[in-house]
Design a protein around this ligand. Structure first.
Ligand SMILES: Cc1ncc(COP(=O)(O)O)c(C=O)c1O
Length: 413
């Protein structure tokens, strides 16, 4: 205790051992300077100075630990990394400039030309593009499989398979993967099991406990929670993270200290925000099911969702994102979206403000028509990232969309 109070550095990890994710979100990883600030300090500096040329040489040579340059390490970024690693229960986290940079860095660091990846079909559209268009140029082959199609995963395995990559729940259809089964399949075949935990965050789901080797986050989403910054993070064991760190240090897509500071502030409220997102989303999902112009609602919190029981086992809440199809096609989906007044029409998710989007022409717009069809991204699909506004007010706004559809159906507009 005297250490912590007198030297004003990090709250030692051992003092927080065994504490809940709610506490870790607020307390883990904080660095306190000699100024005794209560909030996290921000270090907006590109480089760091040394007491002597000999010390500079020792730092560069790796004989002495310490900061050199902010593309390598930065105290604010390290505080964010330490906090998210503690929350996920991982040995180490490495922060990146975006969620996509986190996926890219993981693949560049841990895979090589000739390797094979199996990726779930329903991933974020740009993840799909990264694998199919860019990583393919460097000799990495990717097979896409339906998230819940266990026979398909097994059939896709090849001797060169080195990674299984999934998002669970998936974006935007909220399918849920059996992580333990996929971890087993990966490890039986000497492949890494990588989980994008963007939708659940460590508050609702900790994939390492279900056998994942690596966790990816787009910090841009719930971790920030207020739509301010783009960032990402990779979490996993020391040996793998050292490789990811090495790639980032050399290639450059690292997190800025300012963004790390915003994410630290975001994490402090993450647990209470996630509970509010989940409550609102479940209430809205039930309400949407009762609307005449809705065909189908996709949300794992609904008892008739095919992976409802699995989601209950793996997650402590069903998350803040849901999707639904309206009766009709793109015309009806767009009319519905355009008739809301308060909800933001934007492709981002995980914000305290509710957002609405048409996946087929935005987040998943770059997929080929065949890929869209296989991934279930239909023209009448609408995705809502449910915020923390009063749920009755969200219903009022969405009701405007349903009225517009009804008027259109009756030919009165
Ligand atoms: C599940 C998921 N993973 C990764 C990303 C990419 O993150 P970023 O936009 O921070 O690069 C997104 C972005 O929407 C996402 O939804």
């Amino acid at each position: 205790m005297t250490y912590r109070r007198e030297e004003h550095v990090l709250i030692p990890e051992s003092d927080l051992e065994g504490m809940s994710v709610d506490t870790l979100a607020v307390r883990a990883g904080q660095i306190r300077t000699g100024q005794l600030e209560h909030s996290d300090a921000i270090f907006p500096t590109s480089s760091f100075v040394y007491g002597s040329a000999a010390q500079a040489a020792a730092r560069f040579g790796g004989e002495e630990p310490g900061n050199i340059y902010s593309r390598f390490t930065n105290p604010t970024v390290q505080a964010f990394e330490a906090r998210i690693a503690a929350m996920e229960g991982g040995e180490r986290a490495v922060a990146t400039s975006s969620g996509m940079a986190a996926i890219l860095a993981t693949c560049m660091a841990l895979l090589k030309s000739g390797d094979h990846v199996i990726c779930s079909r329903g991933v974020f559209g740009t993840t799909n593009v990264l694998f199919q268009k860019y990583l393919a140029k460097f000799g990495l082959e990717t097979t896409f499989v339906g998230l819940t199609d266990m026979a398909g995963w097994q059939a896709a395995i090849r001797p060169e398979t080195r990674m299984i990559f999934i998002e669970t729940p998936s974006n935007p259809l909220c399918e849920v993967a059996d992580m333990a089964a996929l971890a087993q399949l990966s490890h039986d075949n000497d492949a890494l099991f990588v989980v994008d935990n963007c939708f659940c965050t460590p508050v609702l789901q900790r994939p390492l406990e279900h056998g994942a080797d690596i966790i990816i986050h787009s910090a841009t989403k719930f971790l920030d929670g207020q739509g301010r910054c783009v960032g990402g993070v990779v979490v996993g064991p020391h040996n793998l993270m050292e490789e990811v760190y090495g790639f980032l240090r050399s290639a450059g897509p690292t997190m800025s200290p300012f963004n790390a500071w915003v994410f630290l502030k975001g994490l402090e409220t993450l647990p209470i925000r996630m509970r509010a997102h989940c409550d609102n989303a479940l209430e809205l999902a039930r309400w949407l099911e009762g609307q005449g112009t809705v065909d189908r609602v996709f949300y794992a919190g609904l008892p008739d969702h095919p992976q409802h029981e699995l989601a209950k086992r793996q997650q402590s809440g069903f998350g803040g994102v849901l999707s639904f199809t309206v009766k009709g096609g793109r015309e009806q989906a767009w009319r519905f979206i355009d008739s809301t007044r308060m909800i933001s029409i934007t492709a981002n998710l995980g914000d305290v403000k509710t957002t609405i989007t048409h996946p087929a022409t935005t987040t998943h717009g770059r997929l080929s028509p065949e890929d869209k069809e296989q991934a279930g991204i239909t023209e009448n699909l609408v995705r809502i990232s449910v915020g923390i506004e009063a749920v009755e007010d969200l219903k009022t706004d969405l009701q405007r969309g349903f009225e517009a559809l009804e008027n259109y159906r009756q030919g009165t507009v």
